[in-house]
Design a protein around this ligand. Structure first.
Ligand code: ATP
Length: 244
C-alpha cells in the first residue's frame, strides 16, 4: 500500500441481489489530487461511490481512509472523518431554505457560529445565485441551483475528501462550465476530490489522474492528460473516430 494514499480501495465488490454491479474495483486517491472516474451508463461508478460512503453494503473488499479501515462505517461517520459526498440527483433538503441547508452541512463542526456564518458568506461569494435566494426553499430551486447548493452544503463541513457524483448531470452547458470552475477552484484551495463524471472531456481536463470503469471493472488508469490523447478513450468516451 502506498504510504500517502488518503483513500485506498481494494477489490470492492457490490451486488444487487444476484447481479454484480462492481466486480473488484481498486483505486487510490492521494492528498491534493483531483481524480476522475469516468465510464458509460451503468458501469458501476455510482454504486462504487455509494459503497465507499457507506450507503450500500459491500460484498467484498477493503477501504482505508487516512490509514484507517472505513468499510462498514455509516455515512455520518464518514462525514465526521472529513469524507463528504455530493450525490447524483443532488439530495438537498427540499423543504428547507438555502441557509438551513447550509447550516445542516456544518453540523459536524465544533467551531463557533461566527465561523459558520463566515463560511456561509464564503459560499455566497462562490455561488452568488444562492445568496440572492437565501431564504428560498431548496425544492423550488432549478436543477443547477440545487447542484450548487448540494456542493456548498458539502463544503460547509470542511471535507478533506469530496466525492462528487456526476455534478454536470442535467445542467445546461453554461451551468456545467460554472460547476466545473467551482470544482477546480475548490481543488486548488486544497480539497482532495474524487469526481465521477459522464462528461469525460471536462473531467479529464480538470483531473490530475483518472480511472476508466467498464462493466463493473477498472479497465484503464493513468495521467488524465495522457488519457485525453489515448485513442481508445477518444473513441469510447470523447465521441471521436478510433484511430486506424
Ligand atoms: P450512470 O452513469 O448511468 O449513473 P453508473 O456507472 O453510476 O451509471 P451504477 O448506477 O452504479 O452505474 O449502476 C451499475 C449497475 O447496477 C447498473 O447495471 C444498474 O442497473 C445496477 N443497479 C444500480 N442500482 C441498482 C438497484 N438499486 N437495484 C438493482 N440494480 C441496480
Amino acid at each position: 500500500m502506498s504510504a500517502q494514499a488518503l483513500l485506498q480501495i481494494r477489490d470492492l465488490k457490490v451486488a444487487y441481489g444476484g447481479i454484480q454491479a462492481v466486480k473488484g474495483v481498486s483505486l487510490e486517491v492521494h492528498s491534493g489530487e483531483l481524480v476522475a472516474l469516468i465510464g458509460a451508463n451503468g458501469a458501476g461508478k455510482t454504486s462504487s461511490l455509494k459503497a465507499i460512503t457507506g450507503l450500500l453494503p459491500w460484498r467484498d473488499g477493503e477501504a482505508h481512509y487516512a490509514g484507517q479501515s472505513i468499510r462498514g462505517l455509516a455515512p455520518h461517520q464518514m462525514v465526521a472523518r472529513g469524507l463528504a459526498m455530493v450525490p447524483e440527483g443532488r439530495g438537498v433538503f427540499t423543504r428547507m431554505s438555502i441557509v438551513e441547508n447550509l447550516l445542516m452541512g456544518a453540523y459536524t463542526r465544533k467551531d463557533g457560529t461566527d465561523s459558520v456564518q463566515a463560511d456561509i458568506d464564503r459560499m455566497f461569494g462562490i455561488f452568488p445565485r444562492l445568496k440572492e435566494r437565501a431564504s428560498q426553499l431548496a425544492g423550488t430551486l432549478s436543477g443547477g441551483e440545487q447542484q450548487m447548493l448540494a456542493m456548498a452544503r458539502a463544503l460547509m463541513g470542511h471535507p478533506k475528501l469530496l466525492l462528487l457524483d456526476e455534478p454536470s448531470m442535467g445542467l445546461s452547458p453554461i451551468m456545467v462550465e460554472k460547476i466545473f470552475e467551482v470544482v477546480r477552484s475548490v481543488h486548488a484551495q486544497g480539497t482532495t476530490i474524487l469526481l465521477v463524471e459522464q462528461n469525460a472531456r471536462l473531467a479529464l481536463e480538470s483531473a490530475s489522474r483518472a480511472y476508466v470503469m467498464e462493466s463493473g471493472q477498472i479497465t484503464m488508469s493513468g495521467n488524465a492528460r495522457q488519457m485525453l490523447d489515448d485513442p481508445r478513450v477518444r473513441a469510447a468516451y470523447l465521441g471521436e473516430e478510433a484511430a486506424a
